[in-house]
Design a protein. Structure first.
Length: 363
């Protein structure tokens, strides 16, 4: 093969997973290559990563590099719970909607989803499922999982996380944070990671790297010394122990030791803000949710969405209501955003012009 099999000029807004790897990440992998290095995490890169993680998450933090986000979430939840344990989560949570029952099938964990209006749990919502302790007929709610940022692009403040953590701990439960887009949350809030993780009382974090420019790789970060005692064994059992772990660790070091994580996440967030400003000015498009990270949710005629998809790939969020999701990445450009806005404007105008006047007026 002498060149890429794909067309590098193609751009899309379907997922931040579609983006390639950041050049600084590629360079970090290249620098870590060559020679023989001890496998399975007994290497200089994974050792260095521990210091980098402590700088961001506090002196008690311990990082366990893994392959992917599903593995990070399953591993995190499994180490928090006994076999009879259950996890309370938002009904939109990735662990509930997009991981093909991995928590249930791999970890044997019962999920207790709760409906939310904005993807965020509160102590009051948690209490809808936080009951039945001691009842052998009910899976025991012993952990809560929140997502930062949520699947609908909203962001927990440090105060909101702390309130949840205090409530969860007062009821004898542990708190997990799915941080697939943790960097986007920190960029939006303007605070360090530990402000809404360790300092707020979170016990364990699934830290995302792939959506912020890594080739592959995430990390489970144990923040509570009383949590994660079986992690060393569970990571292997869950098929998340990388033999050549130096390459995962080197990527995470490159992301976190400099400000690359912040530059990339802040840029993706800003592109989403630019996109929101563009589409909300279009007659017939309604932005449906707050834009607090790198995603924009909007409703437009399904016929128009299908026309736009001929040029830019993206996903329906709710086909019945016409709601779609557009995701921006570290490498999204002003031109990409403006091109999508122009395509949406033209498609909506074309659809509206083909409808009866009274129908077009309601769009």
């Amino acid at each position: 093969m002498t060149g890429p099999l794909h067309n590098p000029a193609v751009r899309g807004f379907a997922s931040d997973n579609y983006a390639g790897a950041h050049p600084e990440i590629i360079e970090a992998v290249r620098a870590a290559n060559g020679g023989h290095v001890v496998a399975y995490g007994e290497d200089e890169y994974t050792e260095r990563l521990q210091d980098v993680i402590k700088a961001h998450f506090g002196p008690a933090a311990v990082a366990y590099p893994v392959f992917n986000g599903t593995g990070a979430n399953v591993l995190s939840l499994q180490t928090l719970l006994p076999r009879w344990g259950a996890v309370i989560c938002a009904d939109t949570a990735h662990i509930n909607t997009d991981e093909n029952a991995a928590p249930e099938r791999v970890a044997g964990i019962k999920l207790l989803p709760v409906a939310t209006t904005d993807g965020k749990l509160t102590p009051e919502l948690i209490d809808k499922e936080a009951w039945g302790w001691g009842d052998e007929h009910r899976a025991q709610p012993l952990a809560v999982s929140i997502t930062q940022t949520t699947e609908v692009g909203t962001c927990y403040t440090p105060e909101e996380v702390q309130r949840i953590a205090e409530h969860v701990h007062s009821r004898g439960m542990k708190l997990h944070m799915d941080g697939a887009r943790l960097a986007n949350a920190a960029a939006h809030l303007g605070v360090p990671f530990k402000a809404f993780t360790a300092d707020a009382g979170v016990d364990i974090v699934s830290f995302g790297g792939t959506k912020n420019g890594l080739l592959y790789g995430e990390a489970v970060i144990v923040l509570n010394s009383e949590t994660g005692g079986g992690m060393k064994h569970l990571r292997k059992m869950d098929m998340q122990l990388a033999s050549k772990m130096r390459f995962v660790s080197a990527q995470l070091i490159a992301l976190l030791e400099s400000d690359l994580w912040l530059r990339s996440a802040a840029h993706a967030n800003e592109m989403a803000s630019r996109l929101r400003r563009g589409v909300e000015a279009i007659d017939g498009v309604h932005v449906t949710r707050d834009t607090q990270s790198n995603g924009v949710f909007a409703a437009l005629p399904p016929e128009a969405a299908d026309i736009v998809r001929r040029s830019f790939r993206f996903y329906d969020w709710d086909r019945d209501s016409g709601e779609v999701r557009w995701m921006c990445s570290f490498d999204t450009t002003d031109e990409d955003v403006d091109g999508l806005v122009s395509a949406v404007r033209d498609a909506v105008a074309g659809v509206r012009s083909s409808l009866p006047l009274e129908t077009a007026g309601r769009l």
